[in-house]
Design a protein around this ligand. Structure first.
Ligand code: MD3
Ligand code: FE
Length: 198
């Protein structure tokens, strides 16, 4: 288990803050449509994704990387909202700004298999994640894929910070507890992952 540097802040946001954050992000998603990236193996991901900020994470047959434009529309990603810069500074204990916010939408049945986040240049910067909508059963392991794992629930309004050794821990989303929240129109879970890409 690599819980070293993993901090979970349950109920970090009030219901009102959650509702306005969801609305703000979903409005921006109207300008940068969610799509299902293809894994390097050629399969569409079950999670729908888009990005906010200067750079956005993407995956296709050629691998994983950060791009300044949406791979489908070709438009620059929408600007990083101030509300997310504020969360990065407060919970990540940073004075800079994240340049990348990956927006993950998990509808019923979507999952994310165990992986490491290692497409960024500086692993000393944390990852800060905001959960909105349905609860996720989330799994956190160690620095090697075979290491033991622990399960947590990530519920709407929870914020988690991965720094230190946990920054490179294997992690994934086993499943979504469909219908556990009414926050997201059409149902599901919205996860916002703030990072420094480069
Ligand atoms: C980073 N997303 O987008 S975010 C991802 O809930 C991703 O959508 C998950 O993993 C989601 O790459 C989890 C929170 C998280 C948890 C553990 C981590 C990020 C992490 C461990 C190491 C690095
Ligand atoms: Fe990840």
């Amino acid at each position: 288990m690599e819980t070293d540097g993993f901090r979970l802040f349950p109920d970090a946001m009030t219901p009102q803050q959650q509702a306005s954050m969801a609305q703000e992000v979903l409005t921006l998603v109207g300008l940068a449509p969610l799509y299902h990236p293809t894994t390097p193996g050629g399969r569409p991901m079950s999670v729908a994704m888009t990005n906010l900020g200067a750079r956005g994470w993407m995956s296709d047959k050629n691998g994983y990387r950060y791009l300044t434009t949406h791979p489908v529309t070709g438009a620059p990603w929408p600007a990083m909202p101030d509300s997310l810069v504020h969360i990065w500074r407060r919970f990540g204990e940073r004075s800079d700004s994240p340049d990348a916010c990956l927006v993950n939408l998990y509808r019923a049945g979507a999952r994310m298999s165990l992986h490491q986040d290692r497409d960024e240049r500086d692993f000393s910067a944390p990852v800060v994640s905001v959960s909105l909508g349905d609860t996720a059963l989330f799994r956190l392991g160690g620095l090697e894929r075979r290491d033991p794992t622990r399960s947590f629930r990530l519920s709407s309004g929870d914020i988690c910070v991965l720094s230190g050794r946990s920054r490179l821990a294997f992690h994934g989303v086993d499943r979504i507890l469909s219908g556990s929240s009414q926050l997201i129109p059409g149902g599901g879970r919205l996860n916002l992952t703030l990072r420094l890409s480069a």
